[in-house]
Design a protein around this ligand. Structure first.
Ligand code: NDP
Length: 479
C-alpha cells in the first residue's frame, strides 16, 4: 500500500513515530493509501527548517519569489490529469469537476499571487516636516490549515499568498484528503522551492493540527474549516496575540424575486445548491422565494434537480459523486430525518440513487429538497454541508431580508431579480461577506473573500491576503 510522506526541509519524510492512518476512497469505500499520523516531533523538524529558511526566503526579491510561484503554477497545469484523478479518488467528487474547477483553480491561485506580489505597493504620507513610509514585511513562520471539500484549491489559496509575501509555511491538509497536497510537495521540489520554505505535515486535526496551533513559534494562522474548530483555534491563539484568519461555515440564503428570469435562475440555483454534492461553503442552502412564483419555482426546481445524475465519479455523465465519508453521509442523513421531525416535507430525495457495481459500497446521496420548515428550525439554522436545500416563501422584500439574515452565519448570499435597484438595496442589507446577483461562484481573485458572524474573521483574496501575511510598519523620517 502506498505511503504518503511529509514534506520537510525540501525532502519527503516518513513520520518519525512510524504511525499511519488509512486513506479511503469514499466512492468505493476502500483504503488505497496510508497517511502519516504526524506528531510534535515532525512539527519540530518542520519548524527548525522553516526558521532556518526564513531569513533567506524573506530577503529574496519579489521577482524571484514570483518566478518560483509561476513555475509551480505551470507544473500544476502540466500535471492536471494526475492531480484531478487524485482529487477525485480522495474526495469522491466527479472527475470532470476536479479537471475543470479544482485543479485549474489551484494553478490559478499560484499564478495570481505570483502576479499580485509584484504589484503590492506600499503607501507614503507626507507632512510639512517629515515623511512617513509604510513597509509590509513578512511575519515569519505561519500555518495554513485547510479542509477536505476543495482540497488543493483551498490549500494553495492560502499557501500562495503566504509564500509570495516572504513567509515560511507549515501547512496541514485535511487528513481525509491528503493526496494532492502530497503531489504538490513533489511539484514544489521540482520547481526548486528552497528547502524549508514550505513544509507539509499530514495527520489528524486532533494531533498534528492541534500541535501546530499550540506552537508559539507559529506567528500567524490561516484556517479554513468548521466554525467550532475555528473557535478553538481563535481561543488558543488569542493569549499568544497571534494573527488569525478564519474562513468558516455557512448557511447561505438565495433570495428569488418574482420578477426573476425563472428558467435561468432555476438552472443556476440547482448548480449553486448541489455542486460538489452540496459540500462547498458557498453553496445555497436556504432558498427564499417570493410567494407569487413559489409554486412555479418549486415545480421547475424539482424538475431540474431531478435531472442530476448521481454516481461513479469516474463516469463523465454523472453530475454528483460520493459524499466525503461515512460519518459525513450519516450526518447528512440525520438532518434529513430531523427535517421530518421538525415538520418538513421532502419534495425530492425519497428514492436512493442507482449506483453502478464498482461503487456499491460508496456513500451516495441525491439532491434533497425540503419545504415547510420554519426559519428557526435546526435544519434551517445548522450547516448540513450536503445536497440538501429548503424552500421558504415570502411576501415583501423586508421579510426576505429578515429571513435571509436570520442565521448565525454570514458567508455568501445570492439575489435573483431583473430589477437592479432591488438587487442593490437587498445587497446592502444582507449580512454576508459575499453577495452574488443573478449568478453564483463567479470569482475574481482580487476581491475580498470571507464571511461575517460565525462564518469567520478576516478576508482572503487579493491584497487582503497579502496584508494578512505581512506586518505593517510605519517609518517616519524628519526632513
Ligand atoms: P474541520 O474544521 O473539521 O477541519 C478543517 C481542518 O482543520 C482540517 O485540516 C482538520 O484536520 C483541521 N483540524 C481539525 N481540528 C483541528 C484542531 N483542533 N487544530 C488544528 N486543526 C484542526 O472542517 P472540515 O474539514 O470538516 O471542513 C468542512 C467545513 O469547512 C465546513 O464547515 C465548511 O463550511 C468549511 N469551509 C469553509 C470555507 C470558507 O471559505 N469559509 C470553504 C470551505 C469549507 P482533519 O481533517 O485531519 O481533522
Amino acid at each position: 500500500m502506498e505511503k504518503i510522506a511529509n514534506y520537510i526541509n525540501g525532502e519527503l519524510h516518513a513520520p518519525k513515530n512510524g504511525q499511519y492512518i488509512n486513506n479511503l476512497n469514499p466512492a468505493i469505500s476502500e483504503v488505497y493509501s496510508l497517511i502519516p499520523e504526524s506528531d510534535v516531533e515532525d512539527l519540530n523538524l518542520a519548524l527548525d527548517a522553516s526558521e532556518k529558511a526564513f531569513p533567506g526566503w524573506s530577503n529574496t526579491s519579489v521577482e524571484e519569489r514570483s518566478a518560483i510561484l509561476f513555475k509551480i503554477a505551470a507544473l500544476i497545469t502540466e500535471d492536471l490529469e494526475r492531480l484531478a484523478l487524485a482529487e477525485c479518488t480522495d474526495t469522491g467528487k466527479p472527475l470532470h469537476l476536479a479537471q475543470t474547477v479544482d485543479i485549474p483553480r489551484a494553478s490559478a491561485n499560484m499564478a495570481y499571487f505570483a502576479h499580485a506580489i509584484t504589484q503590492f505597493s506600499q503607501k507614503s504620507h507626507h507632512m510639512t516636516d517629515a515623511i512617513n513610509y509604510t513597509l509590509n514585511q513578512p511575519i515569519g513562520v505561519v500555518a495554513c490549515i485547510s479542509p477536505w471539500n476543495l482540497p488543493l484549491y483551498l490549500f494553495t489559496w492560502k499557501i500562495a499568498p503566504a509564500l509570495a509575501a516572504g513567509n515560511c509555511v507549515i501547512a496541514k491538509p485535511s487528513e481525509i484528503t491528503p493526496y494532492t497536497a502530497y503531489l504538490f510537495s513533489k511539484i514544489c521540489i521540482k520547481a526548486g522551492l528552497p528547502a524549508g520554505v514550505l513544509n507539509i505535515l499530514h495527520g489528524t486535526g486532533s494531533q498534528i493540527g492541534n500541535a501546530i496551533i499550540e506552537e508559539p513559534r507559529i506567528k500567524a494562522v490561516s484556517f479554513t474549516g468548521g466554525t467550532e474548530t475555528g473557535k478553538t483555534i481563535a481561543s488558543i491563539s488569542a493569549p499568544m496575540l497571534r494573527k488569525v484568519s478564519l474562513e468558516l461555515g455557512g448557511k447561505n440564503p438565495a433570495i428569488v424575486m418574482a420578477d426573476t428570469d425563472l428558467e435561468s435562475t432555476v438552472k443556476q440555483l440547482v448548480k449553486a445548491s448541489f455542486s460538489n454534492q452540496g459540500q462547498i461553503c458557498l453553496c445555497a442552502s436556504r432558498l427564499i422565494i417570493q410567494d407569487t412564483i413559489y409554486d412555479q419555482f418549486k415545480a421547475l426546481f424539482i424538475k431540474e434537480a431531478a435531472k442530476l445524475r448521481v454516481g461513479d465519479p469516474l463516469e463523465t455523465k454523472n453530475d454528483l459523486g460520493a459524499i466525503i465519508s461515512k460519518t459525513h453521509y450519516q450526518k447528512i442523513k440525520s438532518y434529513i430525518d430531523l427535517a421530518f421531525e421538525e415538520g418538513g416535507k421532502l419534495l425530492l430525495g425519497t428514492k436512493p440513487p442507482k449506483i453502478n457495481e464498482r461503487c456499491q459500497s460508496g456513500y451516495f446521496l441525491g439532491p434533497h429538497i425540503i419545504e415547510g420548515l420554519s426559519m428557526d428550525s435546526r435544519v434551517n439554522q445548522e450547516e448540513i454541508f450536503g445536497p440538501v436545500v429548503t424552500l421558504t416563501s415570502f411576501k415583501k422584500i423586508e421579510e426576505a431580508i429578515q429571513l435571509a439574515n436570520q442565521s448565525d452565519y454570514g458567508l455568501a448570499g445570492t439575489i435573483w431579480t431583473k430589477d437592479l435597484t432591488t438587487a442593490h438595496s437587498i445587497a446592502n442589507e444582507l449580512q454576508s461577506g459575499i453577495v452574488w446577483v443573478n449568478c453564483w461562484m463567479i470569482r475574481d481573485l482580487r476581491t475580498p473573500f470571507g464571511g461575517m458572524k460565525n462564518s469567520g474573521v478576516g478576508r482572503e483574496g487579493g491584497f487582503d491576503a497579502l496584508n494578512f501575511f505581512t506586518e505593517t510598519k510605519n517609518v517616519c523620517v524628519k526632513f
